[in-house]
Ligand binder design. Sequence first.
Ligand SMILES: C[S@@+](CC[C@H](N)C(=O)[O-])C[C@H]1O[C@@H](n2cnc3c(N)ncnc32)[C@H](O)[C@@H]1O
Length: 224
Amino acid sequence: MGKDKLKRFAEMEHFDNVFQPTMEEVKEGFRMKGKWLTDFFKNENPIVLELGCGRGEYTIGMAQRFPNKNFIGIDIKGSRIWRGAKTGVEDKMSNVAFVRSKIDFIEYLFAENEVSEIWLTFSDPQPKRPRKRLTSKLFVDRYRNIMTDNGIINIKTDSDLLFESTLEQIEEHNYNMKLSSWDVYGEMVLTCEEDLKDLMQIKTFYEQKWLEEGKKIKFAKFTI
Ligand SMILES: C[S@@+](CC[C@H](N)C(=O)[O-])C[C@H]1O[C@@H](n2cnc3c(N)ncnc32)[C@H](O)[C@@H]1O
């Protein structure tokens, strides 16, 4: 492992806003499950997740815009989470946390009704493993178990495959589509509400890469 990564891992051990449960801790009963509001955020505001958050651009960007909501970024890669977590610490943001974990264990991290909204930002399209896509039935059923009624799922992606598959899942399982666009920066930002237009200004590391390659960015918002 490179020196920089080691330094980041060591630094992250001291960040109050980062949780890195072991597999055993997760499966035996993660101490934060059902207690995020009382034990960490110490308020009653809604909790929003960014899954596969990478450097946490959406987690941080949304937390800055919405101080009356709580935001948690989840990713398995600690060296990426470090970037968002460090910003959260440096800027003394009390509505931000990060969890280093596989998203697959999400029901072990949150209790029923604990999460109001989910953002999937440039998730891996998993061309050969449809069940592993973060909008597959397998994952959406897990989200349902931790979300409030009418909880919202947002997906922003460069991938035609993932977007098409998401639209198919929405149709097949009768989820409620609220908004969808194959071209966020073409048609969508001209017509969508101001809050969403503003949120689309947040560009993640991967989004910037795909935009430079001329890819069209897609977005969908639905409830389950
Ligand atoms: C293509 S990157 C996108 C990162 C970031 N959202 C962005 O847009 O720059 C996908 C991220 O999802 C994470 N990831 C993929 N599958 C995961 C899983 N099952 N559990 C946790 N993280 C996962 C990867 O570690 C990676 O950081």
